[in-house]
Design a protein. Structure first.
Length: 122
């Protein structure tokens, strides 16, 4: 007997599809100069698919301005997603700057500095 797919699997599949589609749509369809090179890191969906928290990083530009611009474009991106996704409810999009990479880089620098100081002392 085939195994029934859980709603968790569906949630992950839809989040992954939203991530792929938004990456493409932001690059092609959003012309706001405040948005530089953006990478969508993750998408978290609420269980009812009403809201999606979109975590992003940016290689260029100010992260706060980028977040503001993306949230300003969220309605337009929602409409474009609606045309692509074949689901009943397309979630409301909420963009959040993902600070985890910046924190990791900062920690790496601190470790490098500590190792350099330690090597100099030896």
């Amino acid at each position: 007997m085939p195994k029934k797919r859980s709603s968790g699997d569906r949630n992950v599949r839809i989040a992954d599809q939203i991530q792929r589609d938004l990456s493409e749509l932001i690059a092609r369809e959003v012309k706001d100069p405040r948005i530089g090179l953006v990478t969508i890191q993750a998408v978290e969906l609420t269980p009812d698919y009403a809201h999606a928290k979109i975590f992003f990083t940016t290689l260029t530009g100010d992260p706060r301005q980028t977040q503001e611009a993306l949230n300003h474009a969220a309605g337009h991106l929602h409409n474009l997603l609606f045309k692509r996704l074949h689901i009943h409810t397309v979630p409301t999009l909420h963009f959040v700057f993902d600070e985890s990479i910046e924190k990791a880089v900062h920690m790496s620098r601190l470790i490098d500095e500590a190792n350099a100081t330690r090597a100099k002392d030896d």
